[in-house]
Design a protein around this ligand. Structure first.
Ligand code: M6R
Length: 365
């Protein structure tokens, strides 16, 4: 049932404040201001030396975001790869590793094969899945469910942000166990996590502006997405969403990589979507944006309104985000990334929920 939406994808984008709120509530003890993990998660993070993550597509991008959280909040090194590579890499695994698999369906063939490889190597197996009865869930030592509800649109939206919510809660729990976060730190992070649904609702208000952009974007042959830090995997996710459903060629880059090649592509026909939360690397992103502007690139800046003003770069459009703790920015900035893809594909008359050549669940290698 699409409710009063035209597509499942639209419904699922708009559902995010609710389902992310539900997921956060599952992993947070509100009264205590602390995260809580399911009892079956019998991992002693003090004895863990490394987290190894494997997933595909959008779930892989959730893992890339989580790498920043595990490394920063819990001082845990992270190794991550797409599952189709992971399964054949012959990566050495140790009993002090935790292997983490992320999957909406819980049936993705490559992710499941990676899980079995890690299991044979003796690592503890955690999974973040949306379907609790799935094969990946059944074969894991502990399951951390996302409470997104059924996701019908082939382009993953609400499953992604729910995965991020679970992964941030897990990183906080790991940081607490390892003593890298004080009780105060944890309270601050938990209150940031709790603020996400409200901020998502604010971010959804950018929809009218994004709709206005769709016509321009639909004319493009190529679109670049740039971000730094946690906005870098978001740039990859934004580009994947756009190519999946509009069939426009799109690439995500780490903003600092621009001058190592992709800047050669920039001219007035290439829209450049810059995801620029007000974090520690904001100034760096702005200087990359100035390099794009100087070469005639047409910038769509997604950032906090005051930040966009301060950036003083000529843009084709700005998409205003509310102010927030930058640690949770990936959850909120996912919304404009999804809306940009949705409205562009809609404007082009594409089949948003059932894009060509794609299956919701990729159960063959
Ligand atoms: O069910 P999974 O999360 O394991 O699926 C992984 C990918 O196939 C999936 O995220 C795919 O990339 C989506 N179509 C992205 O929108």
């Amino acid at each position: 049932d699409k409710g009063n939406h035209r597509h499942f994808m639209a419904k699922e984008i708009h559902e995010q404040p609710e389902v992310v709120g539900r997921t956060v509530a599952h992993y947070v003890d509100l009264a205590a201001g602390r995260v809580r993990m399911p009892a079956e998660l019998a991992v002693d993070f003090r004895k863990v030396n490394r987290i190894v993550i494997s997933a595909c597509g959008t779930a892989y991008y959730a893992g890339l975001v989580a790498r920043y959280w595990f490394e920063r909040l819990a001082r845990l090194p992270v190794e991550i790869d797409v599952a189709s590579e992971f399964r054949y890499r012959e990566m050495p695994l140790f009993e002090t590793d935790v292997a983490l698999f992320i999957s909406q369906s819980g049936e993705t063939a490559d992710t499941l094969a990676s899980l079995r490889y890690a299991k044979a190597g003796g690592a503890s197996i955690l999974s973040v899945v949306n379907v609790p009865t799935s094969t990946i869930a059944r074969e894991s030592t502990a399951v951390l469910p996302t409470l997104a509800g059924p996701e019908i649109g082939v382009a993953s939206t609400k499953a992604f942000t729910c995965q991020l919510a679970v992964l941030l809660a897990l990183a906080i729990a790991a940081g607490r166990a390892r003593g890298t976060l004080s009780e105060r730190d944890e309270e601050g992070l938990v209150s940031a996590l709790i603020s996400v649904p409200g901020l998502m609702a604010e971010a959804l208000k950018s929809e009218a502006d994004i709709e206005g952009l769709a016509r321009e974007l639909s004319k493009a042959r190529d679109v670049l997405y740039l971000g730094r830090g946690m906005a870098y995997p978001l740039a990859l996710e934004g580009a994947l969403k756009l190519k999946e459903i509009s069939y426009i060629h799109a690439e995500g880059y780490a903003a600092g990589e621009l001058k190592h090649g992709p800047i050669a592509l920039i001219d007035e026909t290439v829209p450049v979507i810059v995801l620029a939360p007000s974090d520690a690397v904001f100034e760096k992103t702005v200087s990359n944006m100035q390099e794009v502007a100087a070469r005639g690139g047409r910038i769509v800046l997604v950032g906090e309104a005051h930040a966009a003003r301060e950036a003083a770069v000529e843009t084709m459009a700005t998409v205003a985000m509310p102010a927030m703790n930058p640690i949770i920015a990936p959850l909120v900035y996912a919304i404009p990334a999804q809306l940009i893809a949705y409205h562009t594909a809609l404007f082009m008359g594409k089949d948003v929920d059932q894009p060509r050549n794609l299956a919701k669940s990729v159960t063959v290698e």
